[in-house]
Design a protein around this ligand. Structure first.
Ligand code: ADP
Length: 400
């Protein structure tokens, strides 16, 4: 079956067409500036190795998806003869609230629940829903599946996901820890079990998704029991431009003393903070490393704060699970930045976590970087959220 994977943002739409019989990505691309002047589609045919940039006005996500289908079926740079070859569509959806602990085939009831989740992700869920409705219109009869960033974390016990605020606020607004990057944590957990040659039900894993946004999960016997992100993706470790965990009293202090309103503080915490806020240089780890090497102390401090916050989250995950069998690094930093991995696990050998300096230099593939005498395995596994979405889509569609 060929699965179209759609990730619709507010003014963008990413897609991949994956042949799941051979597990090959046939084409992928990106619609940018939807609803804005200068909208365009960048399409890559990975079978022939050709790229095409199509400048065309896109008023809506429906226009974008129409163009995507035209590109996929184009005689020159397309990869399928007709739309009928698309067996199912898998949609990335950011927030599934407490409604979705798994991916779901989309029907009227699922859409209702998706709309109920809008207050929890007001910037992300509406474009996700628009993308779904556009596909339903353009591809009637083709099953659509929703895959949620939050679903994998729904197995957390109540003591892990509740905040110690008046209980009525949980009842009223469903304020609690949800966790994000669930598709990535699930994918690398499954891949780790394969690499270790053990059933996932026998493994205690710490999965570290370290990118612009970062989160660390404790995955015990295949189920997430805790994760570092919270009610929103602002919580947890220090990130590119986000604070991570911070004393909430510092937030009210800053608002009062800097005369910031709600939007002002939201912007400060989400966009002006993290390693960018500390260094004043960049949110990109490559820039920070370069700045630190040329003597920028704030850049080095930002890096040290990031490493330290991840190290502490690994420790708390191990405490939550009562031990650990493997630590997994993934995403931009986790997959590529050997210095970050080495700094993060430095000093954790008393827990059995120890990496081999030579193996830690390998890049671009799934690799076990543990030292020969380490009791806990440390793995680097490239994440693949699109493939995870397609796998879930095939699983659910084959049950129909
Ligand atoms: P996103 O959360 O946007 O998906 P990514 O997973 O792509 O983010 O991660 C982006 C981060 O990964 C950036 O901080 C970038 O500096 C870092 N990164 C990417 N490649 C490398 C590399 N080769 N060395 C160090 N850091 C890298």
């Amino acid at each position: 079956m060929k699965v179209l994977v759609i990730n619709a943002g507010s003014s963008s739409l990413k897609y991949q067409l994956i042949d799941m019989d051979t597990v090959t990505v046939l084409a992928k691309g990106l619609c940018e500036r939807i609803g804005i002047d200068g909208s365009n589609l960048q399409h890559k045919n990975l079978v022939k190795g050709i790229s095409e940039k199509i400048e065309s006005p896109m008023q809506s996500h429906a226009d974008g998806i129409k163009l995507v289908i035209e590109a996929l079926t184009d005689t020159e740079y397309g990869v399928i003869a007709s739309m009928d070859e698309i067996g199912a569509v898998g949609h990335r959806v950011v927030h599934g609230g407490e409604y979705f602990a798994d991916s779901y085939v989309i029907d009227g009831k699922v859409k209702e629940a998706l709309k109920m989740c809008i207050p929890l992700a007001p910037l992300h869920n509406p474009p996700n829903i628009t993308g779904i409705e556009a596909c339903e219109k353009l591809m009637p009869g083709v099953p659509q599946v929703a895959v949620f960033d939050t679903a994998f974390h729904q197995t957390m016990p109540k003591k892990a996901y509740m905040y110690a605020i008046p209980y009525e606020l949980y009842d009223k607004y469903k304020i609690r820890k949800y966790g994000f990057h669930g598709t990535s944590h699930k994918y690398v957990s499954q891949e780790a079990a394969k690499m270790l040659g053990k059933p996932i039900e026998e493994l205690r894993l710490i999965t570290c998704h370290l990118g612009n946004g970062s989160s660390i999960s404790a995955v015990k016997y295949g189920k997430c029991i805790d994760t570092s992100m919270g009610f929103t993706p602002l919580d947890g470790v220090v990130m590119g431009t986000r604070t991570g965990s911070i004393d909430p009293a510092a937030v009210t202090f800053i608002m009062r003393n800097e005369h910031l309103d709600v939007d002002g503080i939201d912007n400060l915490l989400n966009k002006q903070s993290g390693v960018f806020g500390i260094s004043g240089v960049s949110s990109d780890f490559r820039d920070l490393s370069a700045a630190s090497e040329s003597g920028n102390e704030h850049a080095q401090l930002a890096l040290d704060m990031f490493y330290y916050s991840v190290k502490k989250r690994i420790g708390s995950g191990v405490a939550a699970m009562g031990g650990v069998d493997a630590v997994v690094f993934t995403a931009g930093i986790g997959e590529n930045d050997g210095t970050a991995r080495a700094e993060i696990v430095d000093g954790l050998d008393y827990m059995g976590i120890k990496i081999d300096a030579e193996k830690n230099k390998l890049r671009g593939e799934a690799v076990d970087i543990s030292a020969p005498d380490a009791q806990v395995r440390t793995l680097v596994i490239p994440t693949n959220e699109e493939l995870m979405i397609a796998l879930d889509t095939v699983r659910l569609v084959s049950e129909l």
